[in-house]
Design a protein. Structure first.
Length: 73
């Protein structure tokens, strides 16, 4: 089953998402640039209508332990 993976990158702690197929291959991903957790979540909810049945694998820390995203330069 396909799944959306939501994570924070290591360089700037910005939130990212991608959609992976059963084999783990990335078949779609969010745009580059600064995104908040809420923006990622909104994009995933929108895409989930297109990819019905895909689960969401939220790999971000709990809200109380998330690092504050920095803008890349």
């Amino acid at each position: 089953m396909a799944k959306f993976v939501l994570y924070q990158d290591d360089d700037y702690y910005q939130f990212r998402w991608n959609l992976r197929d059963e084999a783990g291959k990335i078949v779609a991903e969010g745009p580059t640039g600064f995104m908040t957790y809420e923006e990622c979540e909104k994009q995933i909810r929108y895409c989930k209508h297109v990819m019905a049945g895909a689960m969401i694998d939220d790999q971000t820390p709990p809200a109380s332990r998330r690092k504050i995203p920095k803008r890349s330069t």
